[in-house]
Write a protein of this length. Structure first.
Length: 282
């Protein structure tokens, strides 16, 4: 582990949560320099609280921490940690269900929400297997928002070695130019629930494409937004809720995949390890 003071790698464990550096002779906590630095509780406790609070109320999280870690935290502390660390969660996630090919179909859609009584928009992108890949909150249903969403998905697909072969959207004009971020090989299909017959690639037979994946995903988002009465107190609160929903979908799909494979996750494979990527401890 790297020393946060002199950046030396010549360190050794010094107690439960501390390290000692032979380069500068100083000792420090393992998560010094991370978002968890100068917190009274360990990074593991804070990550568990942030993860659990996605699913259960703060009072229930308080009981979990009391019985599992033998530590007491207040309800206000649970809510404060959630507000602070949800801001650092990613707005994109890699697909959980694996793709047999390197080319994927993307389904983008948006829905109305309210922030302090004003209309705003919740954007989302899924693939043909139902993986939720990205979420975005914006005030306007315009081209810059569509470009931001598609660019985030493009960067994530490039990182894991996948490419988009088709972008299926509704009739929103902003997607016409935003699609260019995915390259010329990606075909843009504008359709709705009724679907359409189109040819994705030359030399391949036409196929029937519908936007039902986005619409079914929106129904699950509706169930999630019902907890907030479709209204958020601030723009940041809406962003936190969107990132928390992305984390919950990622976790749900992880457990579904492991159930289909007939195995149980180890601690290193647990879905809350996504927090290690968003909130590194060193």
């Amino acid at each position: 582990m790297q020393c946060p003071k002199c950046q030396s790698l010549d360190t050794i464990g010094h107690g439960k949560d501390r390290i000692k550096c032979y380069g500068c002779g100083r000792t420090s906590v393992k998560w010094a320099g991370s978002p968890f630095y100068r917190h009274r509780f360990s990074a593991e406790v804070i990550k568990a609280v942030v993860f659990w609070h996605v699913y259960v109320p703060a009072s229930v999280v308080q009981l979990f921490v009391m019985f599992l870690f033998w530590k007491y935290i207040s309800v206000n502390t649970v809510c404060g940690w959630s507000r602070k660390f949800r801001d650092k969660l990613p707005s994109v996630a890699p697909p959980v269900f694996p793709h047999m090919e390197k080319l994927v179909k993307l389904f983008a859609d948006e829905k109305f929400i309210k922030i302090n009584g004003k209309r705003a928009y919740w954007w989302s992108v899924r693939d043909e297997l139902g993986n939720l890949l990205a979420v975005l909150i914006s005030w306007k249903r315009d081209l810059p928002s569509a470009k931001t969403l598609i660019s985030a998905v493009k960067n994530m697909l490039d990182f894991i070695g996948l490419k988009a072969k088709a972008l299926i959207t509704d009739k929103l004009q902003a997607y016409l130019k935003a699609k260019k971020k995915l390259g010329r090989q990606c075909k843009h299909v504008r359709t709705g629930i009724r679907g359409t017959i189109t040819q994705i690639r030359k030399g391949q037979p036409p196929i029937f494409i519908t936007n039902n994946i986005s619409e079914s995903g929106n129904s699950r988002i509706d169930n999630y937004l019902a907890k907030y009465n479709y209204n958020f107190t601030s723009f940041k609160a809406a962003q936190r809720a969107a990132k928390a929903y992305l984390l919950s979908e990622y976790t749900k799909h992880k457990f579904e995949l492991w159930k289909d494979q007939g195995r149980h996750p180890t601690m290193e494979q647990h879905p809350n390890k996504i927090l290690d990527i968003a909130l590194p401890t060193n």
